[in-house]
Design a protein around this ligand. Structure first.
Ligand SMILES: *[C@@H]1O[C@H](CO)[C@@H](O)[C@H](O)[C@H]1NC(C)=O
Ligand SMILES: *[C@@H]1O[C@H](CO)[C@@H](O)[C@H](O)[C@H]1NC(C)=O
Ligand SMILES: *[C@@H]1O[C@H](CO)[C@@H](O)[C@H](O)[C@H]1NC(C)=O
Ligand SMILES: *[C@@H]1O[C@H](CO)[C@@H](O)[C@H](O)[C@H]1NC(C)=O
Length: 934
């Protein structure tokens, strides 16, 4: 941790000194000398950090020394940031871009004597810190650290053979055939031998044994899916919270969030939903052996109303859990893998994409390394990912002979391979990984969100001034490829947007950040009053759970926490923030108050000068945002989504010159965005823009013209009221980083003539990946530019009620997903849809299209294509719903080999023609594996 912190601080120091070697500054600050001296000492210390970090795992005094070093570094970071903020503030106040330093003379003529005093204060603190570091540097001698020989970690030096997009997400399972068969036969058994109506099957084994993987394998098995009527997967973890579990089950059954927090109501709800159904319930990662807790959940009673043959599958590290559930008979115990299977798992990752002869060369060392995995699949996987990166025999030897294997104090055996992998990361990436300790176990991480959080902690710097978001993406990939992340979630286009952390990896990061990251449940008495060891001022990242309604008050245990850089409140309902609490939050970089009941943001919030990330989303009572927010000059991310009552944003938002991400989607009462936002050239994300004409205070659509950096998604609402010339000013065509665009017109019955002109003016950049246009009254000719979107993968057209023909889409080379909805005037779909002229000889049409859906086209009768051309060769899913007049499917569909799913719903004519077994046309589609006609 220290190494990462200090590497980054060194870079910062370098840039500060560089930026500020201005005679005048030196005069005022007198700090230049101290900064330089601090910096050079820190550099010297940096050389031994690698060794120190390893020693501290076993040596307490080294740990203390590192702690002191970290404290000073954090404080220096704060001081430097204050200094920078001061400069920023002036830039804003003077409205100048050029950095201008205060001289004693102009300080006075601005009448800002305070400022000069403030600068002296900064200088004084730097001096003090420098003195502290002198002592720490001298102490270093006592420990006999080795100077590290390698020139530090440079992420550029690493070789790259594998395509970086192919994340390691190995769910393959090695050597668990027997257990798998046993589990499946238990789940799929016809009736119950031991007479009970349902079965409880515990999967027991130590951490990293692959319990969850085995459970997942069964859960996703086709036969299992077909066997049960309902399947529910709940992550339990520690502590066992009956209400949370019941809630999770309810939500999974209903598919929507549940509002109740009453156990009885929830249980009743579960009961009605599973009555006479065959249910598979997975409780993943159960810890509690406390029978009363288990009984409160009343699962056995509920399960009795299920159909016979239902099952509860439980994964746990503790045999006692199986006992408590009285299910030891059905227990499946996961033992260590044998060497052969362990090696196979390791090889499958370490030798991925390697040449045959390489396997020969490294095979013997690999075998030795695998012996150290002690049969733990997670260890084999982690080491496999590590060695995949290692090119030379020497590097493999180094891993095999690492001192880490000799560490005795490391709490769990499985931490050792993780430590090896961890030490191999570049310092900045280490910090990013450790930051994940702020999340509770089994948390759904969102990639973009995580990157913004890292950014807010200033972890994403690079020498080459690469864009921070890019760096964040690299780091995310790096951590994924080294198996620190898993369970990747992908959107329909296959882009990873989320993941989880294996619970052992979570234990591991908690182990490494023991003092710095703390999660406290304010509800649980032990949690709230437990004293934080050794003292709160070491806590840098605090997550509070279940803070009760009322002003934010820190639990007794957190009174000493005054150096927090992150504060996250989960499942809490605070209404205000007291001044006292603000005092405790002065170092905050990141504040997450999402889902609370704030009705205002206190004026004092402006004092949190370091703040970079503020999430106030889902604040149900928030009507207005204080102007004081605009004093947060460092703010990069402001999340306000789903603040349903929010009516107004502060006028002076133009002052937030560092704002990069503004999220306002779902703020239905928000009348407009303030004009000042139009001056934020560096804005990269504006998720939603509602056109509001006629108010001078409002941001105009054309004001987006200067925001060339916009990226990610943009949703535009209420189009149709605006003039096409205003749309042109916005220059969407220049926004090359924008990937997703959703445009929503006003709808309505009367045709608006202007819509076509507006659509013409919308022409986006050819990099666009997905596009939706809803409730437009224009014609498809206005979409003439769609041909140019060579990268478009997803298109969604809905509610073009006055348009008679579909646009020409057949030649879009990248289109994968196409949805056409509510086109009330379309009677015929023909050649115009594929977009070929009469005499042209076309290549393949819709070459990449995988999913096609037509929905609610009440007047559509005919779908005719030329049959001699190759059309939609990759189509795997076709859905036609609510098209009652459609007479037949075109012949080419019958020949598409890739087609696996065909769904025809609410189409009265087609239903007869294609009825299973009897319809006239049934023979033509009977080869498609998954056909639904109803
Ligand atoms: C991280 O990933 C990026 C691209 O994915 C690559 O360029 C870089 O070398 C990787 N760094 C490490 C330490 O793996
Ligand atoms: C902020 O808190 C909300 C819930 O309170 C959570 O859903 C969200 O993921 C959190 N965001 C971060 C970045 O921690
Ligand atoms: C569809 O099936 C019918 C009856 O089996 C058959 O006569 C007809 O030729 C088939 N059409 C195509 C295009 O294969
Ligand atoms: C089969 O079709 C249904 C309905 O269209 C769909 O929900 C399901 O995912 C499909 N199953 C498979 C295995 O493709």
């Amino acid at each position: 941790m220290a190494e990462a912190l200090i590497s980054v601080l060194l870079e910062q120091l370098a840039s500060v000194v560089y930026q500020h070697t201005n005679e005048v500054v030196k005069l005022v600050l007198k700090a230049d000398k101290d900064v330089k001296s601090f910096s050079s000492k820190l550099k010297a210390i940096h050389g031994v950090l690698e060794d120190a970090e390893k020693k501290q795992v076993t040596e307490a005094r080294v740990r203390d020394w590192l702690q002191k070093l970290k404290d000073v570094s954090y404080e220096m970071d704060d001081v430097l940031d204050e200094w920078n903020t001061e400069i920023l503030k002036q830039q804003v106040e003077e409205g100048k871009k050029k950095v201008c330093f205060p001289t004693p003379a102009n300080c006075c003529c601005f009448g800002q004597v305070n400022k000069a005093i403030h600068h002296h204060n900064i200088a004084r603190r730097i001096k003090k810190l420098n003195e502290k570091l002198t002592v720490i540097a001298a102490e270093r001698e006592m420990y006999g650290f080795h100077q590290s020989t390698i020139g530090g970690h440079d992420d550029q030096q690493l070789i790259h053979r594998r395509k970086t997009s192919s994340l390691v997400d190995i769910s393959m399972i090695f050597g668990r055939e027997e257990e798998k068969e046993m589990l499946l036969s238990k789940l799929l058994r016809g009736s119950n031998e031991d007479g009970g109506r349902f079965l409880v099957i515990p999967i027991v084994g130590m951490g990293g044994m692959g319990k969850t993987t085995l459970a997942q394998l069964a859960y996703n098995n086709e036969k299992v899916t077909a066997h049960f009527h309902k399947k529910v997967w709940v992550c339990v973890s520690d502590p066992f919270d009956e209400i949370k579990i019941a809630k999770a089950i309810t939500e999974s059954l209903l598919g929507t969030p549940s509002s109740s927090n009453e156990l009885e109501i929830l249980l009743q709800c579960i009961k009605t939903h599973i009555e006479n159904k065959k249910l598979l319930l997975v409780l993943d990662d159960v810890w509690t052996e406390d029978e009363t807790k288990w009984e409160n959940l009343k699962l056995p009673i509920i399960m009795r109303s299920c159909e016979e043959g239902s099952s509860i599958l439980v994964t746990t590290r503790k045999q006692g859990v199986a006992k408590m559930m009285r299910a030891t008979n059905n227990m499946i115990y996961l033992d260590e893998l044998n060497d052969k299977d362990c090696l196979a798992l390791f090889n499958s990752i370490a030798f991925l994409d390697r040449e045959e002869d390489e396997a020969d060369e490294f095979g013997a060392i690999g075998k030795e390394i695998v012996k150290r995995c002690k049969g733990l699949p997670l260890a084999a996987k982690t080491l496999g990912s590590l060695l995949w990166y290692k090119k030379t025999r020497k590097e493999w030897w180094d891993v095999l002979n690492s001192k880490i294997w000799e560490l005795e104090e490391v709490e769990e055996q499985v931490f050792r391979p993780l430590l090896l992998s961890y030490y191999d990361l570049a310092p900045a990436i280490k910090r990013c990984l450790l930051y994940c300790a702020i999340f509770p176990k089994d948390y759904d991480l969102k990639k973009d969100n995580l990157i913004e959080l890292w950014m807010s902690q200033d972890y994403l710097n690079s020498k080459e001034k690469k864009e921070k978001k890019r760096i964040g993406q690299y780091y995310f990939e790096n951590l994924s490829m080294r198996s620190f992340f898993q369970d990747f979630r992908k959107d329909e286009m296959g882009n990873v947007y989320g993941c989880k952390i294996h619970d052992i990896v979570h234990d591991f990061v908690m182990f490494l950040t023991k003092k710095e990251c703390t999660i406290i449940d304010a509800d649980a008495a032990e949690g709230a009053n437990k004293k934080i060891e050794p003292s709160g001022d070491k806590v840098r990242h605090l997550t509070l759970i279940n803070v009760p309604e009322g002003p934010l008050s820190f639990p007794t245990s957190c009174y000493g926490c005054k150096n927090m850089r992150t504060l996250t409140l989960l499942d809490s309902s605070i209404t205000t923030i007291s001044s006292g609490s603000i005092m405790q939050m002065k170092c905050l970089r990141t504040l997450n108050l999402s889902g609370n009941m704030l009705d205002e943001v206190p004026k004092k919030i402006g004092e949190l000068i370091h703040l970079r990330y503020m999430d106030l989303s889902r604040s149900r009572n928030l009507k207005e945002l204080s102007e004081a927010v605009c004093d947060l000059y460092n703010l990069q991310t402001l999340v306000l989504v789903h603040c349903y009552e929010l009516e107004k944003l502060p006028k002076a938002m133009g002052k937030l010159i560092n704002l990069k991400h503004l999220y306002v989607d779902g703020c239905h009462m928000l009348e407009y965005l303030p004009k000042g936002i139009g001056s934020l050239k560096s804005l990269q994300v504006l998720d939603c823009f509602h056109v509001c004409e006629g108010d001078d205070e409002a941001l105009k659509f054309g004001d987006l013209g200067i925001m060339d950096q916009l990226q990610g998604s943009l949703k535009i609402g209420w189009l149709g009221k605006v003039d096409a010339s205003e749309i042109e000013k916005a220059q969407l065509g220049n926004k090359e980083h924008l990937s997703h665009l959703k445009v929503d017109f006003l709808g309505g019955r009367e045709q608006r003539k202007g819509d076509s002109e507006i659509v013409k003016a919308l022409q986006p950049h050819q990099n666009l990946e997905s596009l939706s246009i809803l409730w437009c009254h224009g014609t498809t000719e206005s979409l003439y530019w769609i041909k140019s979107l060579r990268n478009l993968r997803k298109l969604y057209l809905d509610g073009w009620r006055f348009c008679e023909f579909l646009p020409p889409l057949g030649k879009l080379p990248s289109l994968e997903i196409l949805t056409i909805m509510d086109m009330w005037n379309v009677k015929k779909v023909g050649v115009e849809f594929v977009g070929i002229e009469e005499e042209q000889v076309p290549g393949t049409l819709f070459p990449k299209l995988k999913r096609l859906c037509f929905w609610n086209m009440p007047n559509w009768e005919e779908w005719a294509f030329l049959s001699e051309i190759t059309i939609m060769p990759r189509l795997s899913e076709l859905r036609i719903e609510w098209c009652p007049k459609l007479k037949a499917l075109p012949n080419f569909l019958y020949k598409i080999k890739a087609l696996r799913t065909l769904e025809i719903v609410g189409c009265s004519i087609l239903e007869g023609e294609y009825e299973k077994g009897v319809g006239k046309e049934w023979h033509n589609i009977s080869h498609i594996p998954n056909v639904t006609v109803r």
